[in-house]
Ligand binder design. Structure first.
Ligand code: FES
Ligand code: FES
Length: 180
């Protein structure tokens, strides 16, 4: 449970959350949004920020298994919740299967949107569903705007990942120990 304290006139809130398998406790301003918390407080700059108003999807992370735009969430709303960012995907220098498939399918150009697509697909993979159609993939990734790729290769990469990695739920959701 978060608690409030005062520094000067600004009330601060204590948040305890699990980020990429690690429990984190921090004292934050109540209006700090989750994207800034992840980037500035925790140094997880793989979560990108574009519009800061819920339009571009660049800031997408996974919260309790759901793809969420972290600029629309306050840091204090992460209290008691489990967050995954793109930093949790690769192990050491080894890309995970989803990242590898993005690479092989040339599903990125400038790469600014790539963490958001990866985390959207990761959340989708955790839902335990069968292979979605290309149309369904397009609907799922519609919240992430990419100005470079035309989306075709992004859809192909996600489609191939679903087809070739039936263990994707485990890939997408390793144990907290594996994330440490
Ligand atoms: S930065 Fe969050 S939706 Fe654009
Ligand atoms: S690859 Fe450049 S914005 Fe998507």
């Amino acid at each position: 449970m978060s608690t409030a304290s005062e520094v000067g006139t600004e009330p601060l809130v204590t948040v305890t959350t699990t980020v990429n398998g690690q429990e984190v406790t921090a004292t934050v301003p109540p209006r700090l949004h989750a994207a800034d918390f992840l980037r500035q407080r925790l140094g997880l700059t793989g979560t990108h920020v574009g519009c800061e108003q819920g339009s571009c999807g660049m800031c997408t992370v996974v919260v309790d298994g759901e793809a969420v735009k972290s600029c629309l969430l306050l840091a204090c709303q992460l209290d008691g919740r489990s967050v995954r960012t793109v930093e949790s995907l690769a192990e050491d220098d080894r890309l995970n299967p989803l990242q590898q498939t993005f690479k092989e399918e040339h599903a990125l150009q400038c790469g600014f949107c790539t963490p958001a697509f990866l985390m959207t697909a990761t959340a989708l993979g955790q839902q335990g569903r069968g292979c979605p159609s290309r149309e369904e993939i397009r609907e799922e990734i519609a919240g992430v705007l990419c100005r470079c790729t035309g989306y075709e290769n992004v859809v192909t990469a996600i489609e191939r990942w679903f087809a070739e990695h039936p263990q994707r739920a485990e890939d997408a959701d390793p144990s907290p120990e594996a994330l440490r």
